[in-house]
Design a protein around this ligand. Structure first.
Ligand code: GTP
Ligand code: MG
Length: 382
């Protein structure tokens, strides 16, 4: 609810609130990320997209796999309720007369921030020509060998890599040297996303995406595959925006605090961090199932109180702690402090909020990494 203020200063404040609110929703809605998945026929393009989006077979919205009908034009897929990241299955590259330039024009290549080129054996000449053209165009691309579960032994060997990439690095495609292609080469099984290079492959796309808002959208929509540290860093960039929001949109006095803040908003923000970093019960029980253990084995690794038990009262108390602590705002956010001091929340509100959210992200990330380590240990010892 926006407060109604009769004075002209008050009116200005209301306008500012509306503007910030509109800007934020516009910003978030306008960010769309498109990613292309291409390759030879039957290599697992549809299965790859389904695995990225976390789709289970035979559910609505799933890309049909093993069908006799191939896509004739790019087909888009995204997670229900999360339309900002779209993965497109492109028509297969196969004909001997294949022209990468014509193909990229036909699939409207400018739309995509990155390309996955898939093969289940060695890469073909057509795939190499496409990779060469993408490099020339300055487009991000990754070379993915699928169905690695069927030929896993030796998949990390130099010989295996060189053999799969041979046609790429042969003289005909001289601009694709072995070092360059190897750095973009991943071996995956679409049926086992937690094995082989599946996570690294998606994380490479997330890490190398730009501009920042697109990178952020891609990290958030595929947070379950993202590197926790990348995710934390991306979320950190938005902390000043959250602090401004808390100081402007419905700030109310907080018990024991000499200023105002929007506690329900901060509570939601921290709850969002918890979900993004996989510390909520749903994510923990999924992970526990993967390693065949009860959920408490993983939840016991969580040390941050707010990650274990989150309440609005707890958020107020934590905010108070960070106000009393007299810790400097992180250098990257210090430039926001003069602006934050002038906002309706009051002198200390914005700076304390920044410190609180910063600390929550750091501590939640530590918890998430501890859980990952625990899972690895258990899998290793089984
Ligand atoms: N073992 C194994 N099978 C896979 C993998 N990926 C896909 N498949 C199987 O390979 C077959 C083809 O997979 P699709 O995802 O339909 O392949 P596609 O490239 O989309 O096929 P088209 O669109 O028809 O060209 C299906 O039976 C999949 O289950 C994988 O990583 N490992
Ligand atoms: Mg398909």
């Amino acid at each position: 609810m926006v407060p109604i203020c009769p004075s002209s200063r008050g009116k200005k404040k209301v306008e500012l609130v509306c503007q910030v609110d509109d800007l934020l929703s516009e910003l978030m809605e306008s960010v769309m990320v498109h990613v292309a998945v291409t390759g030879t026929p039957k290599v697992g393009k549809s299965a790859f997209i389904n695995s990225i989006l976390g789709f289970e077979d035979s559910k609505d919205g799933v890309a049909p796999t093993g069908s006799t009908q191939q896509v004739a034009k790019p087909a888009p897929y995204s997670r229900p309720g999360n339309p900002s990241s779209v993965f497109w299955e492109l028509p297969s590259i196969e004909a001997a007369t294949f022209s990468p330039g014509d193909y990229l024009k036909a699939v409207e290549a400018d739309r995509y921030i990155g390309f996955f080129i898939l093969t289940s054996t060695r890469f073909t000449r057509q795939a190499a020509a496409l990779a060469g053209e993408l490099r020339r165009a300055g487009k991000q691309f990754y070379l993915v060998r699928t169905k690695i579960d069927l030929s896993a032994p030796g998949y990390k060997n130099k010989e295996f890599t060189e053999d799969t990439l041979h046609v790429m690095t042969a003289d005909r495609f001289a601009n694709l040297d072995i070092k360059y292609t190897t750095a973009r080469f991943f071996c995956v099984s679409c049926h086992e996303v937690d094995q082989f290079d599946f996570l690294e492959c998606i994380q490479a796309l997330q890490k190398n995406s730009s501009p920042p808002l697109q990178k952020h959208a891609l990290l958030l929509s595929l947070h379950y595959l993202a590197s926790k540290v990348e995710l934390k860093n991306s979320l950190k960039e938005l902390i000043p925006v959250s602090a401004i929001y808390s100081c402007i949109i419905d700030p109310v006095p907080v018990k024991q605090l000499p200023y105002q803040a929007n506690i329900p908003f901060l509570y939601n923000e921290i709850r969002f961090y918890r979900v993004m970093l996989g510390l909520d019960f749903v994510a923990l029980s999924k992970c526990a199932k993967l390693i065949g253990r009860p959920t408490f084995v993983l939840s016991d690794e969580i040390q941050t109180k707010m990650a274990r038990e989150l309440t609005e009262e707890g958020v107020s108390e934590e905010l108070l702690r960070w106000t009393q602590k007299n810790v400097q705002v992180s250098p990257s956010n210090a430039k926001w402090v003069p602006l934050l001091k002038t906002l309706p929340g009051g002198k200390l509100s914005g700076a304390s909020t920044i410190r609180l959210l910063d600390a929550m992200l750091e501590q939640f990330t530590d918890d998430a990494c501890r859980i990952q380590r625990k899972m690895v240990d258990i899998l290793r010892n089984d």
